[in-house]
Design a protein around this ligand. Structure first.
Ligand SMILES: [Zn+2]
Length: 285
């Protein structure tokens, strides 16, 4: 994936190096596995919303967000993230009004290292990337990219872009009013139903990432077959079944919160091919 044509977003709050180390106490290997499992099972809004931590340390009216450096970072990783975010802004500003009759409101992406606070409680690298609907910000510790590469063979620019686009997908779900509805429904449901709602929400975010990539490629012709294979192998590597097998040797379908490898690949591909939000109706299929 070529990113040099993409406009760098300035909606970045760069808190890297602002202090606070989250990894003390556990070994690096454990932290890496926790990061990956966290991304697949524990970190998304539906889960965060239910987290006790959020009640005590985030989202309150007197919550004060720390401030990092604002604007597009200049280092290679930060600049890449800013360009991907910029392209999500440009694509969604076009297609959300056209396809869903809503204006796109740009989210802020918080880059951090180790630990920081969010409107959804404390953000730690072991949680993996996530979107917080309370402050409408994306949280990303870029060490996640190294973890993807080292542990899952899921490295590569397009795979990283897909991770960011998935979180932006949750922001789109929030803007169209879907996230609050799902969260309310989950609170009223038994665990199995709540789980299935979470999986559908996650698969839709995968599909929306595919829709974005479809439009980016129309605008810049900057992804090729090897990028697509890379994204598919990443989607496959981070399926809940695969991660659960890695961590405990067997998979428990009812406890999936993001979907199986096969489902994630299928919905990412559907979005990539279809290029429309309507393709991504995971709740009615
Ligand atoms: Zn997600």
């Amino acid at each position: 994936m070529r990113d040099e044509d993409l406009r760098a977003s300035t909606n970045i709050d760069d808190r890297r190096g602002m202090g606070g180390v989250a990894r003390g106490g556990i070994g690096l290997g454990a932290a890496v596995v926790l990061t990956l499992i966290g991304w697949a099972t524990g970190i998304d809004p539906s889960v965060l919303i239910g987290g006790a931590e959020m009640v005590t340390s985030g989202g309150g009216s007197n919550y004060q967000a720390p401030q990092g450096r604002q604007g597009a970072p200049k280092d290679p990783v930060g600049s890449f993230v800013a360009r991907v975010l910029g392209e999500t802004e440009d694509v969604w500003a076009q297609i959300l009004p056209a396809q869903a009759g809503r204006q796109y409101v740009k989210p802020t992406l918080v880059l951090y290292s180790g630990v920081t606070s969010s409107g959804c409680g404390t953000a730690q690298s072991a949680m993996g990337p996530f979107y917080c609907p309370n402050d409408r910000k994306l949280y990303l510790d870029t060490s996640f990219f190294q973890d993807m590469k080292a542990k899952l063979g899921g490295g590569g620019n397009f795979a990283y872009a897909y991770v960011i686009a998935h979180e932006v997908g949750h922001h789109v779900q929030n803007l169209v009013g879907l996230l609050p509805k799902v969260q309310n429904a989950e609170r009223r449901s038994d665990p199995k139903t709540a789980n299935s709602l979470s999986v559908r929400t996650e698969l839709m975010a995968d599909c929306l990432a595919g829709v974005w990539a479809n439009h980016m490629n129309r605008r810049h012709a900057n992804i090729d077959d090897s990028d697509l294979r890379q994204a598919v192998s990443t989607a496959s590597a981070i399926g809940d079944d695969r991660l659960q097998k890695m961590s405990r040797g067997y998979a428990v379908p009812d406890s999936f919160t993001h979907g199986s490898s096969e489902q994630r690949v299928r919905w990412l591909s559907a979005g990539l091919r279809g290029g429309t939000i309507q393709t991504c109706d995971t709740f009615n299929r």
